[in-house]
Design a protein around this ligand. Structure first.
Ligand code: GDP
Length: 364
């Protein structure tokens, strides 16, 4: 599955947010038991109202949302790349995630110590980013040195790695994160394999005070500008509110939200933003037994999309009966969509679209 790492300086609200995410009613109402894989790893249902609509139309007995994994990565402090705090341990944790949710303290509270003694999310973001860049630069230099022998042997893969590592090195030495390097489609896979910390997409999470969750504040606005400049995502959230909401029944949560002037839990926005950031999309399988959402990367072809359900579906793929979500709705189900000529038969080269309702035919 896809993994998102929650990082940030100490005391910015990471654990509060993680607890809210993994205890939320949505995580528990889902048809799989919420599992804490490890104390700091949790799976969360991706909220998607379309799935509920589909289940309603088809009369599905079960609703199975798709999931995303969050990892609470503690231990990032100034000097972490030099072994301060938990040192290198957390770096390994970050290497393993697909994207980073970077929590920034945007709330004032004299009772909660700020490690740097002042609330300044932009400076905090730089502190963390600097640590990650130093760690990346060290790993790039080490790997470049290790390539020498292979290069002498004329290893083609090594030459490709060298080219990419040098591009990363140039950016990092100029004080820019590796994600600013333009990578061609052909190089994408080798680039991802380098697992550079600063090459991972970032979502800034502005943790604001309870009464500013709906409006944001000057700090979160500054973060929004920074995110826009970097091509990163950003969401405004109050981790404390989210933690409170996560312990309420759905009815009470709805009431609480409307009192706070919020349309939906911030967590829903956060999860969706993470999903966006990871370049993910959803397709559905719908029947009387269950309506289910499946996660694929944008651009995935039908056989590989089928493979997410089961390897046999991919290997024996014949075709996919496809109905776009809107057509399923306006046809009030599969039969109606078919009658209206909206059921398409797609083959191996079909690029699955977000919201497609699919039925795969395959050789067993
Ligand atoms: P972490 O070290 O980043 O995991 O931070 P925690 O989640 O443990 O939070 C540190 C402290 O800040 C705890 O006492 C939280 O209750 C508090 N805290 C977290 N979010 C907020 C917030 O939005 N407002 C206020 N006032 N306190 C918060």
């Amino acid at each position: 599955g896809f993994r998102m790492g929650i990082v940030g300086l100490p005391n910015v609200g990471k654990s509060t947010l993680f607890n809210a995410l993994t205890r939320t009613a949505a995580a528990q109402a889902a048809n799989f038991p919420f599992c804490t894989i490890e104390p700091n790893v949790g799976e969360v249902a991706v909220p998607d109202p379309r799935l509920d609509r589909l289940a309603e139309i088809a009369g599905s007995k079960q609703i199975v949302p798709t999931r995303i994994t969050f990892v609470d990565i503690a231990g990032l402090v100034r000097g972490a790349s030099k072994g301060e705090g938990l040192g290198n341990q957390f770096l390994a944790n970050i290497r393993e995630v697909d994207a980073i949710a970077h929590v920034l303290r945007c709330f004032e509270d004299d009772d909660v110590t700020h490690v740097e003694g002042r609330v300044d999310p932009i400076a905090d973001a730089e502190t963390i980013e600097t640590e990650l860049m130093i760690a990346d630069l060290e790993s790039v230099e080490k790997r470049l040195a290790n390539l020498t022998r292979k290069l002498k042997g004329g290893d083609k893969e090594a030459a490709e790695q060298q080219r990419l590592l040098r591009a990363a090195q140039e950016a990092l030495e100029a004080g820019r994160p590796a994600r600013t390097v333009t990578v061609s489609e052909d190089d994408r896979k080798a680039w991802t394999m380098l697992q550079l910390l600063t090459a991972k997409p970032v979502l800034y999470v502005c943790n604001v005070a309870e009464d500013q969750a709906a409006t944001g504040n000057a700090h979160s606005e500054a973060v929004a500008r920074m995110a826009a400049e970097q091509g990163a995502g950003h969401v405004v959230i109050s981790a404390q509110i989210e933690e409170e909401i996560s312990q309420l029944s759905p009815e009470d949560a709805a009431m609480f939200l409307s009192e706070m002037g919020l349309e939906e839990p911030g967590l829903d926005r956060l999860i969706r933003a993470g999903y966006e950031l990871l370049g993910l999309q959803t397709y559905f399988t719908v029947g009387p037994k269950e309506a289910r959402a499946w996660t694929i990367r944008r651009g995935t072809l039908a056989p590989q999309a089928a493979g997410v359900i089961h390897g046999d579906f991919e290997r024996g793929f014949i075709r996919a009966e496809t109905i776009a979500f809107d057509d399923y709705l306006s046809g009030n189900g599969e039969a109606g969509a078919r009658e209206a000529g909206k059921l398409r038969v797609e083959g191996k080269t079909y690029e699955v679209k977000d919201g497609d309702v699919l039925h795969f035919l395959f050789n067993a």
